[in-house]
Design a binder for this molecule. Structure first.
Ligand code: BEZ
Length: 210
């Protein structure tokens, strides 16, 4: 299986989850998607991550993002662990956890890195646009919990730059100035960006986020 790359259609799959059987593409519908693998149930970092994802539920919903978690643990384990997550992280887990005991999805998405650990998924994230194309791929080791504020920031950038001839600079966050794509001429930029723009260099032009 070739590695999934940006711009690829996210492979579809049918899998069992804590919310019943999921046909991934049908489940996504017209929403954005975030598929998040974690190494193992009943482990400390994973517990904090899934609790954080649950507590950020409104943030994801406001951005039209559907979230699913996945590991190779069985359904019975997921079901029991959800109770621990809710108890310890003061959270309500409203997204599905996929039980991928057969590793079908984990292998399809390259979430098992055998030279790191042959038995568990690493911390992978795939962000998928409504057209089902993969827009972001991240891989973290088991020892490092992910920053979900950064994921919201990336989603804000992806949603903003999807239709506009804009990109977002280093450490950008919602509301900050954006960068005009180099392929846009100054004449075009004047028409496209009603708030105007500042030319720092011919290739570095900033415009307020509308
Ligand atoms: C954790 O979630 O804490 C964890 C999981 C697997 C290996 C190391 C840490």
């Amino acid at each position: 299986m070739n590695a999934i790359r940006l711009g690829d259609i996210a492979p579809n799959f049918v899998a069992e989850s804590t919310q019943g059987e999921i046909n991934f593409h049908e489940w996504l519908g017209d929403a954005w998607g975030m598929l998040v693998s974690h190494p193992a149930d009943f482990t400390p970092v994973c517990t904090t991550e899934l609790g954080t994802m649950a507590n950020y539920g409104d943030e994801f919903a406001n951005r039209n993002v559907k979230v699913a978690a996945i590991s190779v643990d069985p359904m019975v384990s997921h079901m029991k662990w959800i109770k621990d997550i809710e108890e310890t992280q003061n959270a309500e887990v409203s997204f599905p956890l996929i039980a991928d005991e057969g590793r079908k999805v984990s292998e399809l998405y390259g979430m098992i890195h055998p030279n790191d650990d042959a038995t568990m998924t690493v911390r992978s994230i795939f962000i998928i646009a409504p057209d089902k194309k993969v827009k972001l791929i991240l891989t973290y080791p088991a020892s490092t919990g992910r920053n979900f504020d950064e994921l919201l920031r990336v989603i804000d950038s992806l949603r903003l730059t999807q239709y506009e001839m804009l990109a977002t600079p280093a450490n950008w966050k919602k509301g900050d100035d954006c960068v005009i794509l180099p392929s846009v001429s100054n004449e075009e930029a004047e028409k496209m960006f009603p708030k105007g723009f500042k030319e720092v260099k011919p290739y570095l032009r900033l415009t307020p986020q509308v």
